[in-house]
Design a protein around this ligand. Structure first.
Ligand code: FAS
Ligand code: PHB
Length: 390
């Protein structure tokens, strides 16, 4: 097979880039290790920045998102017996976020690829990029036991944190930066009415909790748990009881509980790999960076990578200029590191760190008191949460 851009990974990053390039007449193929249902079975992000939503619309995938997604103008932080609201719209100069699950984003992208006859290969095993430093890179894989080869001009590694692409960059070229947090998030999805019309982030002495949603009949809740916990250790009853303990009394009293339809634990880490380019290979999304989900920046950071790479590829193929391709890694990393900073800060602000000294505990409390006493501090939080400009 021959194509212009071979994309490894059929998650939101790979599918969005493939769809955007296709609309500009640039040929792509997406190689996805799992089945479509497996990819759609993952429950992940829930909040979209306006930049990401704009890319979905440009990709002709925004119709259901705009119909079913909820525009949110603020969220709550419950802490030290108080519940304060961050007015995102007031403090970000009129912006908002869209609450629409990553699962639905991915479903919309799959359906759009199908409508356009896009090439998405599922169950692609042993995917491996070759000759990345040449002008004729290629990718091999096996499908239904048959060896396959894709000759291409560029390879995009959109294969997530555990993918093969980042591993294809030599160790003496790759620089990695990482912080692993001493806790994880136990998440539950339930067909229940959300307890609050807006998200509630809770800083509690027992640990962090988050009340989110997917729709008015589908709720998404999280509690911070030790890294040693397993999702199976938690019965539904134990989860709901712990969540209630960490929420303000009036909220806990109104919490509608029900059977979990998904329950999983996500470890929390901050991670960046540099550079995001090696010859004809470009990394995008979780293959190059991971954030703790506290700031809702994971999927949204993938969005800005895709925006830069999409425009760089169009520049190359339509105007023969490689300036934006050459600038991609530096440009993407500049925004990635700001999302890293914000995600680390929100995580430090809201979680219980087992090894924190009394001094650090008081600093965290002071950080929250300062936040809600300062318009400047709330403007800073709001402009980062709605998404810094691409
Ligand atoms: P993805 O990991 O989504 O997609 C990569 C794809 O590549 C996968 O489908 C994988 O099967 C495929 N792949 C991997 N190796 C391959 C190979 N060798 N060959 C072919 N295909 C291969 N973000 C938030 O904003 N909020 C959240 O609450 C949140 N929760 C999360 C919970 C978990 C458990 C995880 C892992 C992430 C979470 N994230 C969250 C971040 C998440 O939303 C990512 O940012 C988002 O999935 C990034 O999309 P992709 O870059 O497409 O990577
Ligand atoms: C979610 O709804 O899954 C969600 C929302 C906000 C976050 C993290 C996760 O910061």
């Amino acid at each position: 097979m021959k194509t212009q851009v071979c994309i490894i990974g059929g998650g939101p990053s790979g599918l969005l880039l493939s769809q955007l390039l296709h609309l500009k007449g640039i040929a792509t193929i997406v190689l996805e290790r799992q089945s479509r249902n497996y990819v759609l079975g993952r429950i992940r992000a829930g909040v979209l920045e306006s930049g990401f939503a704009g890319l979905m619309r440009e990709a002709q995938c925004g119709e259901r998102m705009d119909r079913e997604g909820e525009v949110h103008h603020g969220f709550y932080i419950a802490h030290h017996g108080r519940t304060d609201r961050i007015d995102l719209t007031k403090y970000s100069g009129g912006q908002s976020v869209l609450v629409y699950g990553q699962t639905e984003v991915t479903r919309d992208l799959y359906e759009a690829r199908e409508r356009l006859g896009g090439q998405v290969v599922h169950n692609a095993a042993d995917v491996k990029p070759h000759d990345l430093m040449s002008d004729t890179p290629f990718v091999t894989y096996t499908h239904n036991g048959q060896p396959q080869r894709v000759d291409c001009e560029y390879v995009v590694g959109a294969d997530g944190f555990h993918g093969v692409s980042r591993q294809s960059i030599p160790k003496d070229v790759l620089r990695e930066y990482e912080r692993v947090y001493p806790f994880g998030w136990l998440g539950v999805l339930s067909r229940t009415k959300p307890v609050s019309p807006e998200l509630i982030y809770a800083n509690h002495e027992r640990g962090f909790a988050l009340c989110s949603l997917r729709s008015q009949v589908m709720s998404r809740y999280y509690v911070q748990v030790p890294l040693t916990d397993k999702a199976d250790d938690w019965s539904d009853a134990a989860f709901w009881a712990e969540l209630k303990r960490r929420l303000p009394g009036d909220v806990a009293a109104n919490l509608m509980i029900g059977p979990s339809i998904e329950k999983s634990i996500a470890p929390l880490r901050s991670y960046v790999a540099e550079p995001m380019r090696y010859g004809r290979l470009f990394l995008a999304g979780d293959s190059a960076h991971i954030v703790p989900p506290t700031g809702a920046k994971g999927l949204n950071s993938a969005g800005s990578d895709i925006y830069y790479l999409y425009h760089a590829m169009v520049e190359h193929y339509s105007r023969g200029s490689d300036a934006e391709l050459d600038a991609y890694s530096q440009k993407a990393l500049a925004r990635i590191w700001k999302a890293q900073r914000f995600s680390w800060w929100m995580t430090s602000l809201l979680h219980k760190f087992p090894d924190n000294s009394e001094f650090q505990v008081r600093l965290q409390q002071t950080d929250l008191n300062y936040l809600f006493s300062s318009d400047a501090a709330q403007r800073s939080l709001a402009e980062n949460y709605v998404g810094l400009p691409y």
